[in-house]
Design a protein. Structure first.
Ligand code: GDP
Ligand code: MG
Length: 332
């Protein structure tokens, strides 16, 4: 049976999600994962993307259908009838485009306009042939004779309930800067509150989501943390597209890393012009750091807000992301 349905836009942001089964899947991760995989895969295997419309996990399969810039993803059991699921996915995606296609171009990141579409998704599954797809399995231990008649599961109104109370904003944020400046550490600190002194360079791109609330609004920041290797430059270019903001990170004890920010900025601006750029001097806890004015001066030159953080102590890390979210919401 179908565990969940996720509508993902071209940036990998989850526009809508509907949960029917019991397994928990992070819709943000699915989105980011797919966006990254599909961009790489279409480069690697041009014209054969058909074969890549499915990712098999141990017990589940993630299958998806694309249309224009949208992907509709379903997480199903391995043994489920894929044909039926695909029929349903196509129906849903067509309905969505009929209803909202023209608005997507001007979409500001709020999921508000799509409120109510969840019910249309349910309606598709309540059609006669597709009903079985969302009716939960009867647990194996119960014998059929004694089992109470199972009502179809009432889908959980997750996103919709949230929407009634608040707005949800989603932003794609790029993290760039030389290797070893602490990009991955800043993200780990804010998402897991962990810090490690072991250095594992990021290969390609890491994808992480941070979710928090500002006033009554929910904000999801999708971080795209890029490895510095030059041989990944062509792939990075693809993934920069459609970001809402970029954070240029340097190491306060390494003047070279500050100088190189301009190279990173140019690389981004060459392929895409994000709404906002931030400059972050990291490792503020270390002795021997350069005077703050240097970073500040560069930030001023490029008209970007400036922060000094320590991924080790956590100093200023939360403040950085709150400010970014607030500024992005304001700019909307
Ligand atoms: P990235 O290549 O930019 O992603 O850098 P990493 O996040 O992998 O960090 C590189 C190294 O710097 C690791 O050994 C981290 O432990 C260390 N590091 C990162 N941030 C800080 C910080 O704020 N203070 C200190 N003292 N070390 C840090
Ligand atoms: Mg890294």
């Amino acid at each position: 049976m179908i565990q969940g349905i996720y509508l993902i836009d071209h940036r990998g942001v989850c526009i809508l999600h509907r949960k029917y089964g019991s397994i928990n899947i992070d819709e943000n991760l699915i989105g980011g994962f797919l966006a990254a995989i599909l961009k790489f895969s279409s480069k690697l295997i041009q014209g054969e993307e058909e074969d890549l419309r499915e990712i098999a996990l141990r017990n589940y399969r993630i299958i998806y259908e694309s249309s224009d810039n949208l992907k509709l993803v379903a997480v199903i059991h391995r043994e489920d009838d894929e044909g039926l699921v695909r029929d349903a996915l196509r129906k849903i995606i067509n309905l969505f485009i009929e209803s909202f296609g023209s608005q997507l171009q001007y979409w500001n990141g709020s999921v508000q306009p799509f409120a109510g579409f969840e019910e249309k998704i349910d309606d598709v599954f309540l059609e006669k042939d597709l009903r079985d797809l969302i009716i939960p399995e009867i647990p194996e231990a119960t014998s059929k004779a004694t089992a109470p008649i199972q009502e179809p599961a009432k889908p959980v109104l997750s996103l919709k309930q949230i929407l009634r109370r608040s707005k949800t904003f989603m932003f794609k944020i790029l993290l760039v800067g030389d290797s070893n400046v602490g990009k991955t550490s800043i993200i780990r600190k804010t998402t897991e509150n962990k810090f490690s002194t072991e250095y594992t360079p990021t290969v390609g791109c890491d994808f992480t989501v941070k979710q928090f609330e500002i006033g009554r609004n929910k904000v999801r920041l999708h971080f795209w943390d890029f490895g510095g290797a030059t041989n990944f430059a062509h792939m990075r270019k693809e993934l920069y597209i459609d970001a809402d903001a970029a954070i240029l990170v340097f190491d306060l004890t390494n003047p070279e890393s500050l100088k190189n920010l301009e190279i990173w900025r140019k690389e981004i601006l060459n392929s895409f012009n994000p709404l906002m750029i931030f400059v972050v001097g990291n490792k503020a806890d270390l002795e021997g750091k350069m005077p703050g004015e240097e970073g500040q001066k560069y930030a001023k030159e490029i008209n970007a807000p400036y922060f000094e953080t320590s991924a080790k102590t956590g100093a200023n890390v939360e403040e950085l992301f709150k400010s970014i979210a607030e500024l992005l919401i304001k700019k909307g």
